[in-house]
Design a protein around this ligand. Structure first.
Ligand code: HXC
Length: 257
């Protein structure tokens, strides 16, 4: 399958998706959104894929939603057409997806990275929500996910001033899970994805679901749903295999059942 704005590669059970609009610093236009949704739909249904890495170029993960495409939009078209609503499907991808970020992750680019399960960043990465400089505000989750990730003080600072945060600040603020040298970025992300993809898929999906619920439910409801998912995993063959392997001092062979 070939795409206009994406490059794809498989390494064993890991799919690598590279945003590929170099002429626009990977600005996210409607073609990127459509192609990414289509590709993720296929990867979600593909039993041979256990995890995904989403990356961009050395200079830019993505410099935001495509300003040239948005420029002439009016309210009625944006509202009735559900402009950018399709990105919700990317956020709803059920398998683990790691953002490997180098260079600019601005506006929608920062928001796309935050839709992923965690961010591994190169020391060159720069994050920001500069929408305010264009007379708008974040629209793909920035005001919500950034605030949950880094807290009100920094989220307000970034959303109101439009300033960029460098990779060190982003890591210490809790936005970035791992910070690596630029040349290590993709390998680090693929190694993490490979490790995840080797675990039992039902437990991986449930771990993702359980952590995500922490952002949507009260503590009591979240703890209850975690307990239900935890109990459910004792119905899997892989739980028996995982624990038997531990007791027998061997490596487990998970069958994703
Ligand atoms: C469209 C973009 C773009 C964008 C860069 N380009 N960002 N095109 N949409 N978001 C294009 C430029 O127009 C230029 O093409 C080419 O990419 C290279 O960019 P330069 O500006 O020449 O590069 P540089 O001087 O290195 O500056 C890099 C930059 C700057 C600091 C990242 O490009 C920049 O400020 N970009 C906009 C960042 C931004 O405001 N993002 C938020 C967008 S709003 P041409 O052909 O002109 O040379 C948003 C809202 C999301 O994301 C909410 C939901 C929609």
């Amino acid at each position: 399958m070939s795409f206009e704005t994406l490059l794809t590669e498989r390494r064993d059970r890991v799919a690598i998706i590279t945003l590929n609009r170099p002429q626009a610093l990977n600005a996210l236009n409607s073609t990127v959104m459509r192609e990414l949704r289509q590709l993720l739909g296929e990867l979600e249904a593909d039993a041979g894929i256990g995890a995904v890495v989403l990356t961009g170029s050395e200079k830019a993960f993505a410099a935001g939603a495509d300003i040239k495409e948005m420029q002439s939009l009016d309210f009625v078209d944006a509202y009735t057409g559900g402009f950018i609503g399709g990105w919700d499907e990317v956020a709803g991808f059920r398998k683990p997806i790691i953002a490997a970020v180098s260079g600019f992750a601005l506006g929608g680019g920062c928001e796309l990275a935050m839709m992923c399960d965690f961010i591994i960043a190169s020391k060159t990465a720069k994050f920001g929500q500069p929408e305010i400089t264009l007379g708008i505000i974040p629209g793909m989750g920035g005001s919500q996910r950034l605030t949950r990730a880094v807290g009100k003080a920094k989220a307000m600072d970034l959303c109101l001033t439009g300033r960029m945060m460098d990779a060190v600040e982003a890591e210490s603020a809790g936005l970035v899970a791992r910070l690596v040298e630029p040349e290590r970025l993709l390998d680090e992300a693929v190694e993490a994805a490979t490790k995840i993809a080797a675990f039992s898929l039902p437990s991986v999906l449930m771990a993702k679901e359980a952590v995500n619920r922490a952002f949507e439910q009260t503590l009591t409801e979240g703890l209850r749903s975690e307990r239900r998912l935890f109990h459910a995993l004792f119905a899997t063959e892989d739980q028996k295999e995982g624990m038997a392997a531990f007791v027998e001092k061997r490596k487990p062979v998970f069958r994703n059942r």
